[in-house]
Design a protein around this ligand. Sequence first.
Ligand SMILES: Nc1ncnc2c1ncn2[C@@H]1O[C@H](COP(=O)(O)OP(=O)(O)O)[C@@H](O)[C@H]1O
Ligand SMILES: [Mg+2]
Length: 367
Amino acid sequence: MAELFIGLMSGTSLDGVDAVLADFAAPRPTLRAHVHRGFAPELRAELLRLQAESGDELHRAAVAAQHLARAYAATIEDLLLHAGVEAGAVRAAGVHGQTVRHRPDAGYTLQLNAPALIAELTGIDVVADFRSRDIAAGGQGAPLVPAFHAAVFAVDAPRAVVNIGGIANVTGVPARGYAAPIIGFDCGPGNVLLDAWIGACLNEPFDRDGRWAAAGTVDGALLAELLAEPYFAAPPPKSTGRDLFNLDWLQRRLHGRLVDARDVQATLAQLTSTTIGQAIATHVPQAQDVVVCGGGAYNPTLMAPLADACAPRPVVGSAALGVAPEHVEALAFAWLARAHLRGEAGNLPAVTGARGARVLGARYPAG
Ligand SMILES: Nc1ncnc2c1ncn2[C@@H]1O[C@H](COP(=O)(O)OP(=O)(O)O)[C@@H](O)[C@H]1O
Ligand SMILES: [Mg+2]
């Protein structure tokens, strides 16, 4: 008998929402459908503005949350239509929401969402607010995907899984059957600076296939300055977001330098690759290979230096292992919604730094 869950992820990149419908009846979930829906330009722009201090934030955040929830509900409708599945057949939808502030240091992380509205619009139970309980227990509230990475990608040898979204996070997956702890942390920027820089220079949302970066050359002095950011050397548990890695962060380091815009882009691609490679070498040295998921897997100008940075370990896109890069995070939130319904913990204290394992999220029943 099918055990259907929906997962919705809209990450730091602000590229829109990835939604999956998956069946968890077997030990390894099977994908029934995937839908990606881009954000309307006005919504994206407002979500971007809400990432930093600005006027009348409370009202604007509440209004944006409703627009977001309507976009999420429409995405769920598309997904069900696509799969030919009725809402009543779905146990629950795990909806991450849109992070606009991530400040575990100040005791909070803020994901805009309106789960009650999604439940009302779709007739499906919604599980949301996955991060706050981990923070309440003294953790970072992030990353939450390592347990899922381990559940799906474990093999007979230890491996690293890297999600290159707006922010990049690394999971150290022990060999199957070994009691070694799962390691996980945000290692730094994934696509967020690449997207921000091409946005500022060419008004493009992202550097398709890394073509612009490929036209530039890495600037060694700039790279060294970027790598001096203390976040990279800080030990886990650690997590980050646009709060730290944003256009301002980059522009402060570009100040007074004459670097061609394409060379900046090439340097940012190298920064992402180098910091991921260093994170694996330092914290997951036993990894025999590296699995890449998230949108960054589609950027060859990121993947080529990543292969060099991880050598001699082979670097493979998650698609080669049967899960498309854009499905992984959304599947993880379907999996976390299921864990909530089963009363199972979703966090890994060794990853987030929480005092203990906790059931994550809150459920908004459909009726
Ligand atoms: N064909 C591509 N070429 C280059 N970059 C891409 C491509 N496809 C996706 N990306 C990058 O992936 C990002 C989206 O990745 P995603 O995993 O959805 O991140 P997030 O979870 O932060 O939303 C885009 O903003 C873009 O930077
Ligand atoms: Mg995304």
